[in-house]
Design a binder for this molecule. Sequence first.
Ligand code: SF4
Length: 493
Amino acid sequence: MYINFRQDKLHEECGVFGIFNNDNMANASSSDRNDSSSNRNDRHDVARLTYYALYALQHRGQESAGIAVTDTGTILYHKDMGLVPEVFNEVVINHLKGNAAVGHVRYSTTGASYRENAQPIVVKYKNGQMAIAHNGNLVNAAKLREKLEEQGAIFQTTNDSEVIASLLSKYRITDTCIEDTVVSMMKDVKGSYALIILTPRKLIGIRDPLGIRPLCIGMVGNSYVLASESCALDAVGAKFIRDVNPGEIVVIDKEGLKSIQTDVSEPSRLCIFEFVYFARPDSFVDGASVHQARIEAGKRLAAEHPVEADLVIGAPDSGLTAAMGYSMESGIPYGQGLLKNRYVGRTFIQPDQTQRELGVRIKFNAMKSVVSGKRLVMVDDSIVRGTTTRRIVQMLKDAGAKEVHMRVSSPPMKYPCYFGVDIPSRKQLVASARNVDEIKNMIGADSLGYLSLEGLTTTPLGAKCGFCTACFNAEYPMEVPEEANKLSFERKS
Ligand code: SF4
């Protein structure tokens, strides 16, 4: 039996990356192109760059990883369960030679955690081959799949991204170009998607009309890259160019980058949790610094919920930046009150009932010399089930803390997400049926304060977008399935 150390945190969706190498394409003469062996050796190692980028995006998904490459012809790929360094080695990377690549790290939201569901999805269809990497979740995937199956389509996985692949294959038969095919697919699907499609000659980036999931464009040399977050651009030495706009299709080929803007009728709704927890602090998303947004959230939290205390600490790692902001605003010193064991992996052998506390203690420990005798403010980004928070509060008190005042840099999370974030069902969310006082008693804190929704939405300073906040206020940006049907697509398989 294994315990999942991350079960009391939200799970990230997925991370995507793509590169189209124009450096060597531009330099290659036609005779070079005929000499495939020398030409291959000269080219940017697109698989290696994708591997580095996926490393930088690892926080967005730890269950599986994959890379597909094309050398203006056949698509080669490798994908498997595990972290990026577990899935790829030198031999595999050396085998994946090409001039363009797409990569994916996955945490499953729709579709169980099996190898067959790992991405990129590579499909062969009448007009050739394509590889697809998807971050997000389609709310109408089950209906679309049923309809496609009635028309004779066959599905290999339980992954909603395969529905996208099937639609693309279907429309590509009659459309004269892949761009038209993508537009047709976008008219059918509803939900969140940051997509990268690799065809033998093109790399295509697509963002859903509400821009729920992030996607940005960068350049390394003369080559364009696409990535979920700007931290992946930094990892490959690429310069940030801009974010892909909601509803935009960017098509990259040897001629350069072409943009197709589809009709967008509503204001954008980027997932606010990118700033709260998902995105890496060194990333910029839709014009705002993730680090700065977390500092701001801590500052506003201090203004909204002040308390007399001796020390501000953060829950590692998710609450550290907001804790710094709380300290700056309140003037209460910031310290390291909890230590995280950085060598603990994703799972650990489950302790028995009497040793339940050990699971948390192996991951975290209180710094007695720091917290003993102190009135603490402990900051975290969110409380999901509340079980880990309760154990950490108890751990701090056992270590001699006089008081523990819990502060949360987002509002109470009460509703499920249908757009690619694995939020437990309502009955597992501690805030869905309890008020703040009841949660305070449940976690054993001396006081509890959550950042207001108004406060949170103003923290991404300079952001050029609106936000989805549905897991806090149930204001979903589109019609969503009944919660009871949330997993019906998966159960069906
Ligand atoms: Fe993000 Fe919550 Fe909206 Fe899901 S419901 S996209 S987690 S803000």
